[in-house]
Ligand binder design. Structure first.
Ligand SMILES: Cc1ncc(COP(=O)(O)O)c(C=O)c1O
Length: 356
């Protein structure tokens, strides 16, 4: 059967998303399988969250109802902002899609960093918009060059800070310079999926620009809270923007279970501290191990490390896979997600064996 002629314009050439990269041959069965390729938080969700969800299961015959507003309120309280600036989504990915759908017309231009989070590379052409890719500078989004790339056709600029897959962040000066200079006809996404892992007290979020600028800040529960499978993210934006994102909520409203989980997760301060500590320790350990080789290793403010090995990255990835460790390749680079201590150790030991 062929339905291509029935498709909306631009869809035939659209490319879908392959989560976690290309599947690799399975590792030997006697070795624990260590999945460090998708920036999942291997600590697993808080026990309190799991218990609350088990309890909530009995209510799954009901639509989310007022659970949505309660959770929206909890997120708003967390940021000390009114609920009118908050939109909830089934993962921040659903909000990324909604933003593209709301704002893009054919011939619009979308400025993204290269490399950056894959969603931003895949979505613009579904709407006939043109992608303008700006190489990263010192592995972070080059916000000055992104500003220079803006013209009268530019509709969206997508800044991922800290950036995925590179792990680097922009400076506060760069953030302020960007918002001091961005023209008024542009909507800026600042995707802060990894903000909770930044171990720099002075790091500034773009939330401060929400009242004065056309910016949408994105956050996710897939990282710090280890709830990637549940699918929950949210946006913070001025009411002028948020009201339009609201129109899409019937498409992506988070389900009743996730809404409950989110409120409990926000309250579980012990888990949050453990989650951050596990990531910081694992990141330092893996960073030090990688630096012992003749690799280019990028300092990370996230839950993964991006590095360029001194040999064929695909061969190294295959060799690691044979030792039960799965990474994600990006051209000449590999990206390893931080896992639990024993998983990080498995990776470091496997690398040591391979490197000889
Ligand atoms: C920068 C960035 N934004 C958004 C997402 C998607 O997050 P979610 O699971 O909330 O859809 C990811 C996932 O890895 C990401 O790296």
């Amino acid at each position: 059967m062929n339905v291509n002629h029935l498709l909306r314009k631009y869809i035939e050439d659209a490319v879908g998303y392959t989560p976690g990269g290309t599947p690799l041959p399975a590792a030997p069965a006697d070795i624990p399988f260590c999945k460090l390729n998708a920036n999942e938080n291997m600590l697993g969700p808080s026990e309190k969250v799991v218990a609350a969800m088990s309890e909530a299961l009995k209510d799954m015959h009901l639509y989310p109802g007022k659970e949505t507003e309660l959770t929206r309120q909890a997120i708003a309280d967390y940021h000390n902002l009114p609920t009118t600036k908050i939109n909830l989504g089934a993962g921040s990915s659903s909000l990324i899609c909604a933003i593209h759908e709301i704002f893009l017309n054919p011939e619009d231009e979308v400025v993204i960093a290269d490399p950056s989070y894959v969603a931003y590379r895949l979505l613009a052409n579904r709407f006939g918009a043109k992608l303008v890719k700006i190489p990263t500078k010192d592995y972070a989004c080059d916000t000055k060059a992104m500003l220079e790339a803006i013209n009268e056709k530019t509709k969206l600029v997508c800044i991922v800070n800290p950036n995925n897959p590179t792990g680097a962040k922009i400076t506060n000066e760069e953030l302020h310079h960007y918002f001091d200079n961005v023209p008024d006809h542009v909507i800026t996404i600042v995707d802060e999926a990894y903000i909770d892992w930044v171990d720099d007290e002075s790091f500034e979020s773009a939330v401060q620009f929400v009242d004065s600028h056309k910016v949408i800040v994105l956050r996710t529960f897939s990282k710090l809270f280890a709830l990637a499978g549940l699918r929950f993210g949210y946006s913070i934006a001025n009411e002028a923007i948020a009201q339009h994102l609201d129109k899409f909520e019937f498409n992506y409203a988070p389900n009743r279970l996730v809404l409950k989980a989110v409120r409990v997760a926000l309250e579980d301060k012990d888990y949050i501290a453990r989650s951050i500590a596990n990531n910081t320790q694992g990141r330092n350990y893996i960073y030090d191990a990688l630096c012992q080789y003749d690799f280019e290793v990028v300092k990370s403010y996230t839950s993964f490390i991006y590095f360029k090995p001194d040999r064929d990255p695909n061969q190294l990835m295959l060799d690691l896979n044979q030792k039960g460790v799965l990474l994600r390749p990006f051209g000449e680079f590999l990206r390893v997600s931080i896992g639990r201590p024993e998983q990080n150790e498995q990776f470091v030991n496997a690398l040591k064996d391979i490197m000889g």
